[in-house]
Design a protein around this ligand. Sequence first.
Ligand code: NOJ
Length: 560
Amino acid sequence: MSQQHLAAPADETAVATVAQHRDWWRGAVIYQVYPRSFADSNGDGMGDLAGVRARLPYLRDLGVDAVWLSPFYASPQADAGYDVADYRAVDPMFGNLLDADALIRDAHGLGLRIIVDLVPNHSSDQHEWFKRALAEGPGSPLRERYHFRPGKGKKGELPPNDWESIFGGPAWTRVTEPDGTPGEWYLHLFAPEQPDFNWEHPAVGDEFRSILRFWLDMGVDGFRIDVAHGLVKAEGLPDLGDHDQLKLLGNDVMPFFDQDGVHEVYRQWRTVLDEYAGDRIFVAEAWTPTVERTAHYVRPDELHQAFNFQYLSTDWDADELRVVIDRTLDAMRPVGAPATWVLSNHDVTRHATRFANPPGLGTQIRTEGDRELGLRRARAATLLMLALPGSAYLYQGEELGLPDVVDLPDEVRQDPAYFRGAGQDGFRDGCRVPIPWTRTGSSYGFGTGGSWLPQPANWGELSVEAQTGDPASTLELYRAALAARREHPSLGAGESLEWLTAPEGVLAFRRGEFVCVANTTTAPVTVPSHGRVLLASGEVTVDGTEATLPADTTAWWTTA
Ligand code: NOJ
C-alpha cells in the first residue's frame, strides 16, 4: 500500500544503546511532539520530521526519556492527521519514510526513544479500503470492514441509530451509491472523514498487526493508541435512548466506548510486541469512566501504560488531587502497571490557561483568565506531577509555560470539532499554535517562513532562546526538575507514597529521602523544613526547622 521504501533496516546498535535499561518506561518522562507545530525545516509554515530531528538535542538536554510523535502518516488532514489514508507512509507535508528512519536513528543515538501514534479506531475516508467500499456499492465485502448500515425510516432517510459524533452532529453519514441514489449510512464516531473500522472483521485485526510490525521493524520503541477504548462496539449497535450522550461521555460505559471485547485486541497486540527485543511499549488513550476501568487496559498481558485523564481533569485543589492520586495508585498496584500523570496534550486547553481560570470549567476553556496566576499554578502543578511515582507525559511548549491562544480568528481555525460545534471539544487549535524557539524571526524560529496558525505578538518573550539561562524561567525549572529525576531515579520509581500531615489546602508526601509539598492555596503557608530544598516553583524561605511557601507553590526537599 505504501509508495515509500526504505534503503536499509533501522540501526540495531542504536536500538541496543537505548534498550539497556529494562523497564525504562515505568518512571519515564515522555514528551509529546505535535509534528505540525514543533519545528518547520523547509519554511512552508508546517512543522515536519526533519524539523523534529534537528531539535532532538534540545529534547535530550531538556532531560526527557522518550518522544511521542502525534501522527505524521499520509492523510488528508481532516483531523490534523488522526485521519490516516496510508498507515505505512509519511505524509509529504511531514517528509518521507527516510526522514522517519533518520529521526529514529538519531533519537536512539542520543538515548531518546520514539513512540509513534497508532490510529486503529478509524481510517481516513481516503483510505484505499474505504474508497473501494464506496465505489463497489452495497454488498461489497470491503463495506464489512467498516460499519455500513441501511438507514431507518420509510426510505432509509434516518441514521441507523441515535449515536452522536464526539465532534458534534450525528455519528452517521449517508453515502451516495455508485448509481447516484442515496444509499447506506456509515458510522464515524469523529468527523465524517473518519469512518470507524469494524473490529469484528478479521481483516482489520490482521492489517493492524501487520502495521505494528512495519513500525517495529522501523525501530520504534512503542505506540500511543488513539481512541484505545473505542474499537469494539456493543453488539447490534444499540440506541442510547433517553441518555444524554454528553453527560455520559467519560462518566459511564457507552455502547461504543470501553466495551470489554476491546481487551482481546490488546492481548493479541501484546504477543506481537513481545516478539521484539528492546522493551517496547504501548500506551492507551482510553477515556474511561473511572481510573479503575482504565487499569483494565494495563493488565500484565495487555498494554503497558494508559493516560490518566482523571488526573488531567482535576482542578488545582489539594483535596481533589489527593483523592485522584490515591485512587490512581490503588487502581494500578493490583495490575502491576505504573501510574501515569499528565497535565496537557493537543486535545485540551494548556494547563497554564486552565489554572488561570476559575475551577470547574473543564478542559476546553475559551478565556485567557489571570495569566500570572495560571503560570504560577502550572509550575507548581508540574513539580507536583514530577514528584509522583510513575511515568509523566509532557506536551510540547508546556516547558515554556505557554498559554492557550484563546483569540484565534475563526478563519484560521482548523479543528474539525470547532466547525461541527456542540461536541465535547472544539477549541483545540488554541493549544496547537507553533512553538517559539527564538525571540524574533518570522515565526519565532519555528521555521523560516510563517506558521500555519498565527502566533501571538508576545511569543518571542516565551521562546526557548529568551528563557535559556534565566534561572527564574519555566524552561529552566523543567530542566532542573528533569535533571533531578535523572540524578535520583527513585523520584519517579515505585508505586506508593506516604502522606504527611499538612495544613488545609496543602499536599505533603514523602518518597524515601524526598519530600514534596504543594501549597494550592492563595496564601503563604509555613511547613516543617525537611532537609535541603532541592527545587521549588517559587521563592521558598527557610527559617531553622520551618519553611514558608508562597501561594500556589511546590517545593521538593531531600533529606539525603
Ligand atoms: C484522540 C486524538 O488525540 C484527537 O486529536 C483526535 O481528534 C481523536 N482521537 C480522533 O482520532
